[in-house]
Ligand binder design. Structure first.
Ligand code: ZN
Length: 179
């Protein structure tokens, strides 16, 4: 089983390959891997790099949902805990967006501590990408809608890491200041 820096590096490499050619939904000029790098950077910072499996799962958090990657493959390469965290933050893409959003709110309190941290870091990154200098009406509406939902999800994920909770609150306050 891989450990530490090797685990993180191989997770980063697989994520980079699998998400190759994908762009962020809200900004087509930004490669998808920028989102992953932002999420893992947040996770590593607030935990002082103490949990390599958490950071590896951060790199991989969208692979099952958005690429041709299975839980079994992640178990084989990165172990059960990493695979479990990724699976926990994976939406069922056969469901409508409204139902996926409803389930994220409902299921958040039942997630493992690691999955809760990934969820919050993911929401921080997704809020940041929706903040614009001098946003138009559509961008404001999109941000306000995302914030309202993200706050509900994060309500069920709080209490694992105080620094991450604070960073989320600061991100929300900054975002609301642009509306
Ligand atoms: Zn994500």
């Amino acid at each position: 089983m891989l450990t530490g820096l090797r685990l993180v590096c191989e997770a980063a490499e697989l994520a980079a390959r699998r998400h190759s050619g994908q762009q962020r939904k809200s900004d087509e000029n930004e490669p998808y891997i920028n989102h992953l790098a932002e999420v893992v950077s947040i996770l590593a910072a607030v935990t002082d790099g103490a949990d390599a499996e958490l950071v590896a799962a951060g790199w991989l958090h969208d692979t099952i949902e958005d690429t041709d990657t299975s839980r079994d493959e992640l178990v084989q390469r990165f172990g059960v805990r990493v695979a479990d965290m990724v699976e926990e933050v994976t939406d069922d893409m056969t469901l409508a967006k409204s139902e996926r959003r409803r389930r994220q709110v409902k299921d958040a309190p039942k997630k493992s501590p690691g999955a809760k941290l990934i969820k919050i870091a993911d929401k921080i990154s997704n809020i940041r990408v929706r903040i614009f200098f001098e946003p138009d009406a559509g961008q404001k509406e999109e941000l306000a809608d995302y914030l309202a939902w993200a706050e509900q999800v994060v309500k069920g994920c709080r209490g694992v890491n105080a620094r991450l909770d604070k960073l989320f609150d600061e991100t929300v306050a900054h975002a609301k200041g642009t509306l």
